[in-house]
Design a protein around this ligand. Structure first.
Ligand SMILES: Cc1cc2nc3c(=O)[nH]c(=O)nc-3n(C[C@H](O)[C@H](O)[C@H](O)COP(=O)(O)O)c2cc1C
Length: 201
């Protein structure tokens, strides 16, 4: 598979089984995150790997936050979240070590973290693993972020669920690049993606 075929074939999935990457393989995968563009060399990426019995501890923290925010939250919702966080082979909390007073704007720091996460997802795929980036109200929960080591202004950007894809094909239909690229001719381009389907020729 060429490198571009590898990038084009990556697909998010939460249908994940053991094994998840470990040791030197995991470090190599995470090291790709640190190759993301990073204006000002602020190095905002932080990865917290949650494995084994600690998954259930994180799941309970997340559930406690859900109940604190809404004591009437549906038990189905709680069960689903508890189950996901305690059974995914591995969760990687995506931390953002942010510097609000730096001359590099915060949005650029956020983007460096996002670019790093994308590299990690691609590296997982390249090594035969899989994953998905998830978020939700727990990302904003200071108790969850604090337990993982992030106190304001530092914060979470979400979680990667990581493991080995369950074997079923994960090949979602992708949009056509023709609708998302333009060759600029000096006038503002109109993208096919922004034209309602029924109005497209
Ligand atoms: C910051 C961020 C947060 C996301 N949060 C969720 C989420 O909570 N739940 C979810 O199903 N997908 C979430 N997604 C989308 C998935 O990660 C994924 O991109 C989507 O399912 C499409 O799959 P693909 O990556 O194969 O295109 C999030 C993506 C990003 C970038």
């Amino acid at each position: 598979m060429t490198p571009i075929d590898m990038l084009l074939s990556r697909a998010s999935t939460d249908a994940l089984a053991e094994p998840a990457p470990e040791g030197a393989t995991l470090d190599r995968i995470l090291a790709t995150g640190l190759r993301a563009p990073d204006h000002g060399k602020l190095r905002p990426w932080r990865y917290v790997v949650v494995r084994g019995p600690h998954r259930a501890v994180l799941a309970e923290l997340i559930v406690a936050g859900m109940l604190a925010r809404d004591p009437d939250v549906a038990s189905k919702k709680i069960d689903k979240r508890r189950n996901r966080f305690s059974t995914m082979p591995m969760t990687i909390a995506l931390g953002m070590h942010l510097r609000p007073d730096d001359k590099i704007p915060l949005w650029e720091q956020d983007m460096a973290v996002a670019a790093g996460a994308m590299n990690v997802l691609n590296a997982l795929h390249a090594e035969g693993f899989g994953g998905v980036w998830v978020s939700g109200d727990m990302v904003e929960d200071p108790a969850v972020a604090g337990a993982l080591g992030f106190h304001a202004p530092h914060r979470l950007a979400g979680f990667l669920f990581v493991g080995t894809p369950d074997g079923k094909p994960h090949a979602p239909k992708r949009p056509d690049i023709a609708d998302y690229r333009a060759i600029w001719d000096g006038t503002p381009p109109v993208f096919g993606a922004d034209i309602p389907r029924k109005e497209r020729s």
